[in-house]
Ligand binder design. Structure first.
Ligand SMILES: Nc1ncnc2c1ncn2[C@@H]1O[C@H](COP(=O)(O)OP(=O)(O)OP(=O)(O)O)[C@@H](O)[C@H]1O
Length: 759
């Protein structure tokens, strides 16, 4: 218990800090206003002090110098203004949330200290730090340690201190409304308060209550691959965002938000997390989905999207598994290397007529392989391109003598002719000379299209090349090892080819196709990205991860996932870790497990964890709520009535509900039968307040006060490999879960009657 006198003293301290924050804020506002008006002044009088005299060299030098000087002054003002404006924004945030913790500690041989921890540091006029940034090295003792000896890591190395007090505050409008002294790492009491808040359509930062295990992830600076396996709701996504904020602080000056990329499951999810970093005073990182990453490079093809992918059954086949594997990635690498010796396929380049190619594929191939073996693929293509352009230029004069050119000259109007001259009054020695001049111009105009095509590697036959690679696969590996017969494989290649004809490509092929292309043209990989985060890793294939690693060779990777929620890759996900760890130095790979689930009440976590077959370790957090309710009805009309009843209960308790269906079709059908609910049917839609209906694959990563699982019947969910899907749906609920079905209940759902209520 905290004494009353302590509370008074803390309030007095807070008042003082807030007063200093406000004081500093006022000073900054004045400074900003002054800089702004001076900048305006400089702009207004910009030319007053400058002699605009360009006639003789020395004065024009003077002019240039004074312009530059004035511009520099403007820039400095602007900079000062921007720095101050940023600081003011920080102060505004601190005014609302000044700090949330205090720790008292003593380092051997030093005076005892007492520091306050908040969202950013704040220094008073005497350079005394009144608030420490939560990311400062010393702040980690708040998250990591119990009272007593604790170690924190400063950039110079480990430091041991003796911590004597750890106090947490809840502050609202400048008043301490609650405070606790705690011996625990982060007291359950504070966490309980935070977790009991209602959900919102925006994710919140967990900075006040980061748990010790999460802190390890957030502050890791040594791993090249940090792999986090965590139960649903264990704070993986929260931890990534905190980690990004931490890294931006730790490497400030060297690391910008543009050097950090995050791959997330869908666009809705991006919406959901978009405010977390800005609220902590940082800019958002680059964010995209894997699909966007691939599809933006294939604008002419229809790349299989999330929806198609979910409905796709190939994931379950031996061929699908093989093409997702690292083994397939390695084959694509080997094939790429082999192209250095032979096997490249080119296309004819035509000009005006399809009868005879301008450059034949044979000619191009000969040229390509005429460069000696020291040439790498990328150099070969560059050299081929240059040589083709050179040959093209050499053929201009010859082409200009052809009949089609004379015809075109004859058809020119006077204006068109004038347009072609270098000068309007251009003169020629003879008519012949004029025709030769115009002819060359015309040929160059037409050939420039061809040159552009060559410069864009239009002589490559990428689709053919990819198919050739696929056809070569049985010769490169023993497909029987993967349970695939040669005949099945060749039939599959024909299917890929047929899709190409329709301008379609599976996501699985698109990755391999681009990888092959990247190798052929030796595409510059992205050296700027220093950190790459991949959330929901269980939905990626080993191939995709290897390809991302190839694309961002300088980046350190943080991969987070829950192998129990693999809804695309299903059972394959368990071998994923083994496959990808081969891509990184084992010394620099770290695996962290998060087993405690914070999202849901104890009742919900205890229920949902039974869905998992292998008894995975998931601990519930001791927050209380109602038991899940199972509404079994004999027919669909009854089920619909039950759903409406459950929804009415939630509305009465002011809980936001998400009704989650298995697929899009079911979601659409249901939304038509209900009033006042929003249907989320595509990942590009925005999240809105209020009750929602959405298909399972769009609910990934999101959470809601209340979830109703629609059609939890045996008919809808009976395959064992749908376990992860059922688990993902049920684990979206924070406080209340209802399951509605008609007919027979899904055998994948828990049967222990003590853990749910029948309705
Ligand atoms: N240390 C914490 N303090 C307060 N809240 C937390 C903490 N850790 C997690 N939470 C809360 O738990 C919920 C789940 O967190 P989050 O979405 O990050 O989990 P996840 O592991 O990514 O879940 P999933 O894999 O199911 O999508 C969020 O509401 C988050 O705010």
């Amino acid at each position: 218990m905290v004494e009353n006198s302590d509370r008074k003293a803390e309030q007095a301290h807070l008042d003082q800090v807030l007063q200093k924050i406000d004081q500093k804020g006022d000073q900054l506002k004045q400074a900003i206003a002054k800089d702004k008006s001076e900048a305006r002044n400089i702009s207004a009088h910009f030319y007053d002090d400058i002699r605009l005299d360009f006639d003789d060299y020395s004065t024009s030098m003077d002019t240039a110098l004074s312009i530059q000087q004035q511009q520099q002054m403007l820039k400095e003002r602007d900079n000062a203004w921007q720095v101050n404006a940023r600081e003011l924004a920080t102060l505004k945030r601190l005014h609302v949330h000044p700090y949330f913790a205090r720790v008292d500690f003593e380092e051997a041989g030093e005076e005892p200290e007492s520091i306050y921890i908040g969202l950013a540091s704040f220094m008073d006029e005497n350079n005394e730090l009144l608030i420490y940034d939560w990311r400062a090295p010393i702040s980690s003792i708040y998250y990591d340690g119990k009272i007593g000896k604790v170690t924190y890591y400063s950039p110079e190395g480990p430091v041991e201190v003796d911590m004597s007090k750890k106090r947490q505050f809840m502050i609202e409008d400048g008043t301490i409304i609650n405070m606790f002294d705690t011996d625990e790492t982060i007291g359950d009491q504070m966490l309980m308060e935070v977790l009991s808040e209602k959900s919102s359509i925006q994710m919140k930062s967990i900075v006040k209550t980061i748990q010790k295990e999460q802190n390890k992830i957030i502050r890791d600076t040594t791993s090249d691959l940090l792999f986090v396996q965590g139960a649903a709701g264990s704070g993986k996504t929260s931890a990534i965002l905190q980690r990004i904020a931490f890294l931006l602080y730790r490497y400030r000056g060297n690391l910008k938000s543009g050097n950090v990329i995050m791959f997330s499951p869908n666009q809705l999810f991006n919406d959901y997390i978009e405010n977390v970093l800005p609220e902590m005073g940082e800019q958002n990182m680059v964010q995209m989905t894997y699909w966007q990453f691939i599809a933006r490079r294939l604008p002419k093809m229809k790349v299989q999207n999330l929806f198609d992918q979910f409905e796709d059954r190939q994931a379950d086949t031996a061929i699908g598994r093989f093409k997702d594997s690292l083994a397939f990635y390695k084959l694509a690498t080997r094939y790429g290397q082999h192209l250095n010796q032979s096997g490249m396929i080119f296309r004819n380049i035509y000009f005006r007529t399809k009868k005879k190619p301008f450059f034949s594929k044979e000619e191009i191939k000969e040229l390509y392989y005429s460069f000696n073996e020291n040439y790498k693929l990328g150099n070969r293509i560059d050299a081929t391109r240059e040589e083709l352009i050179r040959r093209l230029n050499k053929r201009v004069a010859n082409e200009a003598r052809k009949v089609w050119v004379s015809r075109e000259i004859e058809g020119l109007s006077h204006e068109q002719m004038l347009d072609m001259y270098d000068r309007p009054d251009q003169e020629f020695s003879s008519e012949k000379a004029e025709r030769a001049f115009l002819g060359k111009k015309i040929v160059i105009k037409h050939l420039s299209k061809l040159a552009r095509r060559i410069n864009h590697n239009g002589f490559l036959n990428l689709r053919g090349q990819y198919l050739a690679f696929l056809r070569a696969v049985p010769k490169m590996t023993d497909l029987a090892k993967y349970g695939i017969s040669e005949e099945e494989w060749l039939t599959h290649v024909e299917e890929v080819k047929a899709k190409f004809k329709e301008q379609e490509i599976d996501l699985r092929d698109a990755s391999a196709y681009l990888y092959l292309y990247d190798q052929i043209i030796a595409r510059q990989t992205n050296l700027e990205m220093r950190y790459c985060f991949i959330d929901e890793i269980q939905d990626y294939s080993a191939f995709q991860l290897a390809y991302l690693r190839y694309n961002f060779p300088r980046a350190k990777f943080t991969m987070l996932g829950d192998l129990n929620q693999a809804i695309f890759t299903k059972d394959e996900s368990s071998s994923l870790l083994k496959q990808i760890s081969g891509l990184f130095d084992p010394e620099k790979t770290k695996l962290v497990q998060l087993t405690k689930s914070y999202r849901s009440t104890k009742q919900l976590t205890d229920y949902t964890k039974q869905i998992l077959r292998h008894g995975e370790k998931i601990e519930s957090f001791n927050r209380q709520g109602p038991l899940p309710q199972v509404w079994g009805r004999s027919d669909e009309a009854g089920a619909l009535a039950a759903l409406k009843a459950a929804l009415a209960e939630n509305d009465a308790q002011k809980l936001t509900t998400a009704i989650i269906t298995k697929d899009l079709e079911a979601a659409k059908k249901l939304a038509d039968q209900l009033e006042g609910v929003h249907l989320i049917s595509s990942a590009n839609q925005r999240l809105v307040e209020g009750n929602l209906v959405l298909p399972s694959y769009l609910a990934k990563g999101l959470e809601f006060d209340a979830v109703i699982m629609w059609d939890a019947s045996k008919a809808a969910y009976h395959e064992e490999d749908e376990t992860q899907l059922v688990y993902t749906i049920a684990s979206r609920a924070m406080y209340k879960l209802d399951l509605v079905y008609a007919g027979e209940k899904s055998p994948l759902l828990p049967t222990n009657e003590a853990t749910f209520a029948k309705k």
